[in-house]
Design a protein. Sequence first.
Length: 440
Amino acid sequence: MLEPFIRVGILSAPVIDIVLTDMYTVDGHQVRGPQTISRTPDGRIAWQGKEYDTLEFHPYNSDGTFEIKDVIIGVNFHWERKEDQRFAGSARFIVEGDNLTIINILPVESYLLSVISSEMSANASLELLKAHAVISRSWLLAQIEKNKNIAETGEHYVACTETETERVKWYDREDHINFDVCADDHCQRYQGVTRQTTPKVAEAIAATRGQVLKYEGVLCDARFSKCCGGVFEEFENCWEPKHYHYLGARADNVDENSFPNLKDEATAVSFIMSRPDAFCNTNDEKILSQVLNNYDQETTDFYRWKVEYTADEISEIAYRRSGIDFGTIIDLVPIERGTSGRLVRLKIVGTKTTKIIGKELEIRKALSYSHLYSSAFTVEKQDINPETGAPGKFILYGAGWGHGVGLCQIGAAVMGAKGYDYRAILSHYFIDSDVETLYE
């Protein structure tokens, strides 16, 4: 098998400005410097007085780069911001709805040089970087294969079901049909050569070139998040109802097969309100700086956290973020939890509407102007109105950061610091998986 190329969706807007920092070829001509590409009223692409259905800029030399201004990173998260970003490889423009989308086309290994540095600090330990290289490569190729299978079989993929009483929705990369993955946390954080690369990242990529995780001969859908909170979550509790053995429940510590039943409500509350030993239970700034870029370090606690809302605040947030007019929220009732204690289904009781929502990211989205750190939380109600019984304040006590499935980045960083090699790290987070080489 030859090294594949990857198509990454970077930015969508009616007008996109780029700077070709090196010589590129397009439409049979060589061009360089600032370029403005726009969408015409009739849905075509306008550039330098001509119109196109698609437009591609290819580097004249293999190391050519281009720059995009004001790329949004951390979309809808608490650290959302804009950056100027530089990319290697080709740039393709297509029309999607009312916008243009710019797609970066480049080899998988070149893509990984950026992803590893974008997802964590490029100064992370070599073994952690190797582990992340393998899972990022595995996840990427598994998604491409999955999308190909869906297209070939004509399978109707449904990621949301809604009735009058319940909305169950998950967010996965199947939202993308015109490229393989996007550049933000919805897929894998990719910021081009803006954060590429250090000699250590390059060494980790080269040392694991072509290596992927497999389970029983099939590519692993190798997920990862910042902090599991002490116990891994199962795949089906966050995405489609499909069980993967290698993405099962396990404790994030040496005694990995000993953990409480966090599907039980009382047990989950006790777990969330405590700080049990785990690889990811660390405040070591040196280790955290390996995993967290500067904007991620704005989060001061993630293993256990607390958020407070007035009843009016949480009601306004839930209405704006979910589109459901609950009225004034008077209760948040856990209905179903997963193996990490993360809520899979939550009943929101309001004066106008009562509805169960899920899965974990839909819950996180509905209860925060950005996203809650995780859906592993318990609720304390305060300032109860003696006449109506309605609370005036909600306090959410939570555990972990992200969905908690697969590799826990902070836990893996601690393992690397403790001397575990990348194969041991992968074996811990992906149960009974094997490392295999797809291409040299």
